[in-house]
Design a protein around this ligand. Structure first.
Ligand code: ARG
Ligand code: ASP
Length: 773
């Protein structure tokens, strides 16, 4: 579809109201598409204040954190706020039994104590441009997929060559609307990002996996990092001489909190949604894909959980891995329930009926789009055994049997030798040294052996995935192995992979000797055989069918937009920068149950279970609560807010995104969604899809009152957009600030607005920390 058609579609569609909350919008298109609606919902900002190429705007405070989460700059010294679960890997990597930052938290007292994190990056978006024309030049409907792709690749190379970039800038080009439109993102990436602070897990991960994806929620899911830059504020590799980064914009933090109905905007990098799948695809997800991967993870998690509960060292080693595996396990369960509860299949059927009816009323439309739905059906039917096998293979061989990671390294090492001789071998060996070290730091072969036995058994019994299950059964038979426990015994008794020193000894020999030992390793041999069946029989057709499906999906997307010109379509998430907006809002998941949108510290105390690894509460927090010592951070009626709900449409990758109020101040930190609404990736439903945020005041309270890290709060800019200061007269500095003569305050306000670039005539922001808090 051409740009022109897309734009017409957009403009027509803005005239109708959208289901509140739905959509992940491109920041540079807000002016044309969303500004009016956002302002009607209460927003006091202009689209230009959210995204501008020419002056500092909100977008300059939004950072892609390591490529998997979002974070935001909250001080003029490059202080970054993100989730505890986003910084988890880093916090864990600095944790030992003696310095247990997971358990006790970590707070750097000064810049020197901030901890470096090799590999972690912070990426800014400088500008976003529509490059559809250049990317689709010479592309025609007659082309085969391959021809089309090769033309697009060529266009991309030309475009990159012809685009002038500033020093340190990079150009990233991504397809939107399943390949109907293209945008380029000019980025700048900082590679020296240090850990500044993290609460103990009993706050940052309070409720852990029991509460994960659930409401009511009481998790203080935040951590602090800092971007460091070279002497001229430019990106630089880690160096002691680097300086805290000075941002174009940072978010002021509101002390006034939120109320039901308030406008909220969530700004970040949502990973992936699939809102425009045909019904057959959703059915396959519900019936085949989700049940298989849920069952596999269920088996692995049961084993890990039992071992983690036995021993503190194992708990530290497996905490991060467990959380990662459990996260999507639970999400898929909720997703399936939600898809069924909201009758997603019925809705898809209705949409497809409407689509077909429209096609039937126009020969031209029918000619161009009439084949799509039947073709989808055929392709998804063909895909079924391949998608099931692929999920088994990925989940079992690629993910949940940990030792397979080392097998993969060894295989690549041997490939590197085949390709580039000793030089290639040595180069790859150096590359894997670090990852292997951290692998073994957290590896327990007793756990892995149990997981191996149960998961290979599932692989061997996979119904509907005959070829791969046969490969496992054949392996057992050919080697005279009775069952999967015996297989595990044999492999784990003899493989070098279980022992770091043996692996190191092996690969430090001459490449020839090393490869000989690798190839005779029993786990390596087994893995090679099982993989070869997958690669020979499944991987090819799986890719091919998916290619056809992707092409159908591109045409279906174009068809939907053309056939329903009054519907407003947003582009599926693809890890690019997006804005979503909604309201603070509770929900009604089932008959007789209604949820409030706000929680408080009272709920933490209600859930408190002394000694429990998910629901313990630190003593200091209990004390602060008992004495109601909430500092500046309580609500007007003296409560300590903890989390709140909104109708912002978010997904994985939005974790760590700021929740921004009507005036451009940070009021919360996005970290999750409610379980009943996790199907929002496939089928957003405004009645039950809610995102969960930590209240900014709880974050400040924990940093300041709990951790005694007030020096960090001093760096931030705290504001009172509502002038809600009643009931908070405890704090001296606050009083001082309020007692400042009006004129002085106004001046401070003006300065602060100019500095922050989010002025608004209506904004009543008082920079309270002006006098130093
Ligand atoms: N469900 C949230 C998200 O998808 C939070 C995950 C982290 N917490 C956990 N217990 N695994 O990322
Ligand atoms: N918790 C998710 C994340 O890490 C957010 C979500 O899926 O709602 O990005």
């Amino acid at each position: 579809m051409t740009n022109k058609i897309l734009l017409t579609v957009f403009l027509l569609s803005t005239t109708i109201t959208l289901r509140a909350g739905e959509g992940m919008w491109l920041p540079q298109l807000l002016k044309a598409l969303n500004e009016g609606e956002m302002q009607t919902m209460g927003m006091k900002l202009t689209a230009e204040q959210i995204y501008s190429v020419n002056q500092g705007s909100l977008k300059d405070a939004i950072v892609h954190f390591g490529g998997f989460c979002t974070s935001e700059v909250i001080s003029d010294q490059g202080l970054l706020l993100t989730n505890h679960h986003c910084g988890y890997g880093q916090i864990q990597s600095h944790t030992t039994l003696e310095k247990n930052y997971l358990k006790n938290g970590f707070w750097a007292k000064n810049f020197r104590e901030e901890l470096a994190n090799p590999g972690l990056f912070a990426r800014f978006i400088v500008r976003i441009d529509d490059v559809t024309q250049a990317m689709l030049a010479g592309v025609t409907d007659k082309m085969t997929n391959k021809e089309r792709q090769s033309q697009i690749d060529k266009n991309m190379a030309t475009l990159k060559e012809n685009t002038k970039l500033g020093e340190f800038e990079e150009l990233m080009i991504r397809p939107f609307y399943h390949g109907n439109q293209y945008f380029s993102f000019t980025t700048v990436t900082y590679n020296d990002v240090r850990l500044v602070g993290a609460p103990p897990e009993s706050i940052g991960k309070f409720g852990a996996d029991t509460d994960n994806w659930e409401w009511p929620r009481h998790t203080g899911d935040f951590s602090l990092f800092r971007i460091y830059a070279g002497l001229n504020n430019e990106p630089a590799e880690y160096s002691e001489n680097n300086k805290p980064y000075s941002p174009k914009h940072f978010l002021p933090i509101s002390l006034d909190g939120v109320e039901e109905g308030d406008f909220t905007l969530v700004f970040g990098f949502p990973g992936r949604t699939n809102q425009y799948l045909p019904g057959v695809a959703v059915e396959q997800l519900i019936e085949t894909v989700n049940p298989a991967r849920i069952a596999i993870r269920d088996a692995a998690l049961k084993i890990i959980d039992a071992e983690m509960r036995k021993d503190e060292k194992t708990k530290i080693q497996y905490a991060s891995k467990f959380a990662r595996v459990a996260n999507y396990w639970k999400k898929w369960i909720g997703e399936n329930q939600g898809l069924i509860a909201t009758n997603a299949l019925g809705k898809k059927a209705e949409l497809e009926k409407g689509f077909t009816n429209k096609l039937n009323s126009s020969l031209n439309l029918k000619d161009r789009y009439g084949d799509i739905l039947p073709a989808f059906k055929k392709q998804y039917e063909m895909l079924e055994p391949y998608v099931l096998s692929t999920n088994y293979y990925n989940e079992i061989m690629g993910r949940n049997i940990e030792a397979m990671r080392i097998i993969t390294y060894l295989r690549r090492l041997s490939d590197a030798y085949d390709k580039n001789g000793k030089e290639g071998y040595d180069k790859y060996k150096t590359r894997i040294a670090g990852p292997m070290e951290s692998f073994y730091k957290n590896y327990n072969s007793n756990i892995d052996k149990q997981v191996f036995a149960r998961l290979t058994e599932m692989y061997g019994n996979a119904d509907g995935a005959k070829e791969i299950s046969a490969s496992m059964q054949n392996y057992l038979m050919a080697n005279g192995i009775r069952d999967y426990d015996q297989l595990a015994d044999q492999v784990f008794a003899m493989s070098m992979v279980l022992d770091k020193n043996k692996v190191l000894q092996t690969i430090n020999q001459s490449p020839e000797a090393a490869i000989k030992s690798i190839k005779s390793d029993p786990l390596f041999k087994m893995a090679t055989e099982i993989s070869s069946t997958y690669l020979e029989k499944i991987a090819g057709p799986y890719r091919e069918i998916n290619g056809k499906i992707a092409d159908l999906q591109r045409r279906y997307m174009a068809g939907l937009m053309e056939v329903f010109p009054n519907k407003r379509f947003w582009p599926d998430a693809n890890s690019t920068m997006r804005v979503t907006y909604g309201k603070v809002q509770g929900y009604h998941p089932r008959d007789g149950i209604t949820y409030d949108p706000l929680t408080t510290l009272d709920g933490v105390i209600e859930k408190y279970e002394p000694g429990d690894y998910e629901f313990d509460v630190p003593k200091k927090l209990l004390e602060l609560n008992a004495s109601r010592d909430y500092g500046n951070y309580a609500t007007a009626d003296g409560k300590m807010p903890v989390c709140f709900l909104g109708s912002n449409h978010t997904t994985g990758g939005n974790s760590g995104s700021p929740a921004i109020d009507a005036n451009g101040n940070l009021v919360g930190l996005n970290f999750d969604r409610v379980w009943e609404g996790t199907m929002s990736d496939i089928n957003y439903d405004p009645s039950i899809c809610r995102n969960i945020m930590v209240d900014a005041r709880y974050i400040l309270f924990i940093i300041d009152k709990y951790a005694g890290a007030g020096h960090l709060v001093k760096e931030m800019k705290l504001v009172h957009p509502r002038g809600n200061t009643a009931g908070k007269q405890k704090n001296k500095q606050l009083n001082q600030s309020l007692n400042t003569p009006q004129s002085q305050l106004k001046n401070k306000r003006k300065k602060a607005m100019m500095k922050n670039g989010t002025p608004s005539e209506n904004q009543k922001a008082l920079p309270l920390n002006g006098g130093g808090q």
